[in-house]
Design a protein around this ligand. Structure first.
Ligand code: ATR
Length: 271
């Protein structure tokens, strides 16, 4: 029987994951079936069990199920435990469910793809929600000189910095605590969705800096539209999406796909 995989989301119709994984499977010659599934918002665990009973071997998990996926796992990766969220489920041969989160490593791999090194750089992360919690451990593993987290609700940024302080030089606070310039600024807020721009100072970027928005779309996000004229080189979250998917695919199939053609195809599909 063909191994089955899916993405769980609600809504899930917009998800690019089926297209990405179909591309990976074709490219690597893996015989898998990957679909999209939209369980009721309170029924992820039931949906996962039913899926496994019908040949399901693994799943991606997106909004709003990442915390529910975390809760249903029998075993968890270290980084998923830190993130408090799971975006990749895998059914083990023992029938136990393993959970991991590949979002952060996807971001780091996307930066590496564009030859952006974090080592000894000053990095700013804007936002302190679930999406940001999911990227902090992999970011700190790249050994930036300093990692600053700022958020509209300052206490949440301070809390995050405290939670990850054992992993590196990380500080958190409100926008009023911002000092100095940064080599990489990552927008991890959902402000772009509302067409809003976080209140960032004009003097944010070092020479040669990068601006990264974890969101993406057919047009540059509000944050990237702001960052470009201020001298930053721009990256959106499309590459992160493809790389996190590649990490999931590798976990399930033990084959690493080439992300380059999938990036191009996905970018074209946005227009
Ligand atoms: P996600 O899972 O996408 O991280 P979340 O946990 O709801 O979603 O977090 C959303 C993040 O975007 C938060 O950091 C939020 O700031 P608050 O913690 O102060 O709410 C941030 N955010 C959302 N809209 C924003 C806006 N218009 N301006 C600035 N920050 C915004």
């Amino acid at each position: 029987m063909t191994d089955r995989y899916c993405v769980f989301g609600h809504p899930v119709g917009h998800s690019k994951s089926p297209m990405i994984h179909a591309d990976f499977a074709r490219q690597t010659g893996q015989d898998i079936d990957y679909t999209a599934s939209e369980p009721p918002v309170d029924a992820l665990a039931e949906a996962w069990r039913a899926f496994c009973a019908e040949g399901g071997r693994g799943a991606n998990v997106t909004v709003p199920f990442k915390a529910d996926a975390f809760a249903l796992c029998d075993t968890l990766s270290h980084r998923a435990r830190r993130a408090g969220a799971v975006n990749t489920l895998m059914l083990g041969g023992n029938g136990l469910t393993y959970g991991d989160t590949t979002d952060g490593i996807g971001l780091v791999r996307d930066l590496a793809y564009h030859r952006v090194s974090l080592r000894q750089k000053r990095v700013l992360v804007v936002g302190a929600g679930g999406a940001v919690r999911g990227i902090l451990e992999p970011l700190l593993a790249e050994q930036p000189a300093a990692l600053m987290v700022v958020n509209r609700t300052a206490a949440k940024a301070a809390q995050l910095a405290g939670d990850f302080a054992d992993l590196g030089n990380i500080q958190g606070g409100g926008f009023d605590t911002l000092e100095g310039r940064f080599d990489l600024v990552i927008n991890g807020t959902s402000a772009s969705l509302a067409g809003d721009l976080p209140p960032l100072p004009e003097t944010l970027f070092s020479p040669d800096a990068w601006a990264y928005d974890m969101m993406y779309g057919a047009d540059p996000t509000v944050f990237l539209q702001w960052a470009g004229p201020r001298g930053a080189k721009l990256l959106d979250g499309l590459g992160m999406l493809v790389e996190q998917a590649a990490e999931s695919f590798f976990m399930w199939r033990n084959v690493r796909p080439d992300t380059a053609p999938v990036r191009s195809r996905l970018r074209q599909s946005l227009n």
